[in-house]
Design a protein around this ligand. Structure first.
Ligand code: GTP
Ligand code: MG
Length: 458
């Protein structure tokens, strides 16, 4: 039996309402020690799922502390699957921590981060991928991220993984029957149909793996690096996209020394835009570290905006950036188009692919719509429809890759007529990897890692 946990479920600070939430067997009796009718009498009857208006009293002083609304969610029909009590108090920092203090004094203990959701998982209300979706939903910063999280929370991914698992289980049952009755073995027909089923499952697993890059972009946003020689207007562009003076801009080349990352929402998604030191040959010592960081940002970016200054002749530093960015996903941006042009665009096409070029003025804020459209179509490769199932977490990808490798081995064993024992071992490993995604087989350490990233009260 689990103990009673409690915490303030709403964010720190002052607000309209603060919710003190508790969960566990006996959480209602704890609440009823401090919750009374509006006139201060003990409450005789509480019904589940109904908001009850009343007052919180400190039993030691008989002082009224707040007027609140209490709701009891009776197990198993609650977020955690246990008895859950939510006290909605006035949203003051002191009053809510005072009420929490009373709940703790009368039998609860403070919840760890994510412990409510962890209990929901332990009690089978949700599986592990759905628990992860709760965290994703809370941190979602765009419609795309929100949609990805809600589909996962509603069990879209779990359903697919369960379906694949069950199909493997069916194959395994045939293989195990052959192990149990060796005189019969896997007859030709069953071996053939198992091979074809395993191939189909492997195909579906690899389709899911292929959704990772776009799924991750939906969840976390794409990372977009700004690159170019010093003074082309990288920081000005960052500020323009953010609509605030975030980065320092000066007329002196070499102003930005460190990387600076900010979130910008574009359409239904968001990007993490990274401004950094301009690349140039023969940098001063102090610039070298900045340039190392720029290269790192470009290496890790989903897209790099390669920026050129239209108002100054192209030089060896522009050549340097063209060379370095050669193989990377990029979008060419010509800045300072408000000033007289110093070179024809053809001059650039000899140095870098210029299929899509966007002309802007970061200073005058012109060309921004085209830039935003171009960034969007570079990072969002295909429009995912509402039905699409995709993965967005590295943990899921790794398990699917492992499952796929084990399926490969299973198929090789089956095709080369190896003994059924070998087939069963690899098939079991593949199934275990799928089960790990759902949290059916999972180490405490992994659970700690997942739930510790939650906020307290969730
Ligand atoms: N006329 C004009 N000036 C611009 C434009 N964009 C930037 N500038 C100016 O160019 C100078 C350099 O701009 P920054 O944004 O600091 O350039 P940067 O690429 O970040 O430079 P570093 O940090 O030194 O690498 C500043 O004086 C800006 O006001 C533009 O579109 N038009
Ligand atoms: Mg700068």
């Amino acid at each position: 039996m689990s103990d009673i946990i409690a915490s303030i479920a709403t964010p720190k600070g002052e607000g309209g309402i603060s919710i003190i939430r508790s969960s566990g067997m006996g959480s209602l009796s704890v609440a009823l020690k401090i919750f009374h009718t509006p006139s201060g009498n003990p409450v005789e009857k509480i019904s589940p799922n109904i908001a009850h208006f009343g007052s919180i009293y400190d039993p030691s002083t008989r002082n009224c502390i707040d007027e609140v609304v209490l709701t009891w969610f009776k197990n198993p029909k609650s977020y955690t699957g246990e008895d859950v009590v939510e006290i909605s108090a006035h949203g003051g920092t002191f009053v809510s921590s005072r009420i929490l203090g009373l709940v703790l004094d009368y039998g609860a203990r403070l919840a760890e981060p994510g412990e409510f959701t962890r209990r929901a998982f332990m009690n089978g209300r949700i599986d592990l991928s759905q628990a992860e979706a709760v965290a994703d939903l809370i941190s979602a910063a765009s419609d795309k991220a929100l949609q990805a999280a809600i589909l996962q929370l509603k069990g879209r991914l779990s359903k697919k993984i369960t379906e694949l698992y069950d199909r493997l289980l069916f194959v395994l049952s045939q293989v195990e029957a052959a192990i149990d009755f060796p005189e019969e073995g896997l007859d030709f027909q069953k071996r053939d149909s198992s091979i074809s089923e395993l191939k189909q499952v492997r195909e579906e697993v690899s389709n899911l793996i292929n959704t990772y890059k776009q799924g991750k972009i939906s969840r976390d946003g794409a990372s977009v690096a700004l690159a170019g020689k010093p003074n082309v207007g990288k920081s000005s562009l960052l500020n323009t996209l953010l609509q605030e003076d975030r980065a320092i801009v000066t007329p002196h080349p070499g102003t930005t020394r460190d990387t600076l990352e900010e979130k910008v929402r574009i359409k239904d998604t968001h990007i993490n835009i990274i401004d950094s030191a301009g690349l140039r040959r023969h940098p001063e010592t102090i610039e070298q570290e900045g340039i190392r960081r720029t290269r790192l940002a470009i290496d890790n970016a989903d897209l790099t905006l390669v920026i050129f200054d239209r108002s100054q002749p192209l030089d060896e530093n522009d050549d340097l950036i063209c060379k370095e960015i050669h193989e990377k996903p990029k979008l060419v941006v010509i800045n300072k188009c408000d000033l007289p042009e110093q070179w024809p665009i053809e001059q650039l096409s000899q140095k870098i692919e210029t299929d899509t070029v966007v002309f802007i003025s970061a200073k005058e804020q012109s060309g921004l719509d085209s830039l935003i459209n171009a960034i969007y179509s570079c990072v969002i490769k295909e429009e995912t429809n509402g039905e699409a199932i995709f993965i967005s977490r590295e943990r899921h990808r790794l398990n699917l890759v492992q499952a796929s490798l084990s399926l490969e081995k299973t198929l090789t064993s089956l095709e080369s007529q190896l003994s059924e024992e070998f087939v069963a071992i690899d098939l079991n490993i593949a199934m275990n990897h799928l089960a790990t995604i759902l949290g059916k087989v999972v180490e405490d350490e992994l659970l700690d890692q997942i739930f510790n990233s939650f906020c307290i009260g969730k």
